[in-house]
Design a protein around this ligand. Sequence first.
Ligand SMILES: *[C@@H]1O[C@H](CO)[C@@H](O)[C@H](O)[C@H]1NC(C)=O
Length: 266
Amino acid sequence: MKAIISASAIVALAFLSLSTTPVHSFQSGCPTNGPLSCPTPTMAVNDCCVEVASGQFILSQAWDVNPSVGPANSFVISRLLTDKCDGTFEQNCDASRDYTGISDLLNAQGPPGFLSKMQTFWPADAGNQDEQLWEQVWAASGTCLSTLDLSCLPAGSPMGADAVAYFNATMNLFESLPTYQWLSNAKVLPSSDQTYTLDNLISVLQSTYGYTPAIECKDNVLIKVNWYFNLKGSFADGEFVPFDAPQSSTCASSGIQYLPKTTTAQ
Ligand SMILES: *[C@@H]1O[C@H](CO)[C@@H](O)[C@H](O)[C@H]1NC(C)=O
């Protein structure tokens, strides 16, 4: 009897440790030295390895102060805008993959601490639910990407692996663009009384990263910094290739306010 109990305890333990180790990571097996996603390839390509539904991505980082959203010392993800290289885009492409419970999927399949990272750096606007934002973003944009199509998922992928890969890759891209840090290193800090020129902001970011973002203002208050990319390989694990913003910034040339948040630093 004793032996039987401990044997089943061992089985239970083994099962527990199995279920807590990461079960999956989306490895596309695609090269990152293939064609660029823009202009959209006209010859036949493997659309699991070349993103044909959205060749251009704009990672839009938000700086919201009233009410404050996110840490006092970081931009947050506002949106990853997708574009078919020509100003048009697709939306809501596969209702059969409009997942609910994205938070649970991120918790179960994302890297350690991923859900909390999402809550910190990709939060909904004040008063809204993160879960609803993520469900809507995935359904609207993620389901359209050719390289995250179900047919591109590695064999044995759990349900939702496509969505987890979408958020993971977007977060990786966001983390490669520490806009607040870059500005702060150049002594461009949020301030209630100091203002900045557009040249000043752009040249700090351009000289640090090597590419020009577009900066958005509302009433000449900085609200967003937008970074532009094409893609080589799969969205899941490909290489985002930056390029200079084709759009100009919406701020005036001077008197720009970059206001402090009322939240604490992360
Ligand atoms: C998330 O991104 C990291 C960093 O690139 C990668 O090592 C990991 O495999 C990814 N995980 C998933 C689930 O895609």
